[in-house]
Design a protein around this ligand. Sequence first.
Ligand SMILES: Nc1ncnc2c1ncn2[C@@H]1O[C@H](COP(=O)(O)OP(=O)(O)OP(=O)(O)O)[C@@H](O)[C@H]1O
Length: 355
Amino acid sequence: MTETIIDLKKITVAFKDGENQVQAVKDVDLQVEKGDIYGIVGYSGAGKSTLVRVINLLQKPTSGEVHINNQNLLKLKPVELRQARTKIGMIFQHFNLMKSRTILGNVEYPLLKTKLSKKDRIQRATELLKLVGLEQRKNDYPRQLSGGQKQRVAIARALANNPDILISDEATSALDPKTTLSILKLLKRLNQTLGLTIVLITHEMQAVKEICNHVAVMQKGKIVERGNIEDIFSTPQKKLTQEFINIATNVGPAVEKVTENPSFKLLTQKQQLVQLNFIGHSTEQPIISTLAKQFDVDGNILFANVEQLHEETLGFMILVLTGESKNIETAIQFLKENQVRVKRLNEVPKSEVQS
Ligand SMILES: Nc1ncnc2c1ncn2[C@@H]1O[C@H](COP(=O)(O)OP(=O)(O)OP(=O)(O)O)[C@@H](O)[C@H]1O
């Protein structure tokens, strides 16, 4: 049985900007299941940070309801809210470590407000550093660590009070791709071993693809599309979502390269440039040879990429189909009937297309 741990209802956040009012978040509902890793993707200014800051009431909404762990946070007394907040950890792009404290001192810091003795605090902080693989560095200072190591310390600190939820606000945006991957893997491990629910804000669908089970796409303060990761990657509905996925799967840059190449202009009336997206079992079929054998249509592969998302395999391909236009149309129909999404990348004159 799934259990909803984050339930935001009709959240609106408005800021005063001089004479004007900026609505950073507009009437957003968001439900996250316990134990999930939920991505929130959007370009800068979409309202992602503002929305997730509502989860721990770092940002009070102008209107709406905030239910976390079945508690209505807006109805809690200050002392109860402080307690509820300790169960929501947060990590940031710039780590926010205290320069004058050692690594151990940074992780110990949130425990100073608890009833733990100094000895127990040190023991807990040491355990947490072990969990993120930095026990050996506990007496170092933040300046002595790399970006990835600093983020590991920030993660250990965020876990000090045994939170149920971890909010990651662009936590890998300042890191190189390899370090990003290692931090994402660490988050996934913590999700699996501690049952931690993670909300991951990012402007990169690539990060979402690595570890999230669900994703919401934000634009201008609203969630424009949401769903499980396989559905969103295989059948994105909104142009913005497609854009993010094209970048994450390298299809976007490949289409650009192909269509900007001078040879693209030289395609004949018997050639159709197509982008194919395959889902699940359709990735295993010998599509190209079938097109040649059954429809007398040759397929020349210009780009191909296969992505594994949990149990689902997704394939992306850019092809030039060459043959009689009638045959190309039948071949495209065949592909569609076999759960392959087909997007035409060049216009074939109408007179050539038989319906
Ligand atoms: N305290 C504030 N006062 C006024 N406007 C704000 C405030 N905080 C955010 N905004 C505005 O709200 C909108 C959403 O900002 P927000 O930081 O939530 O977006 P974001 O998607 O997280 O982008 P980024 O990744 O750049 O932080 C922006 O137009 C921003 O300028």
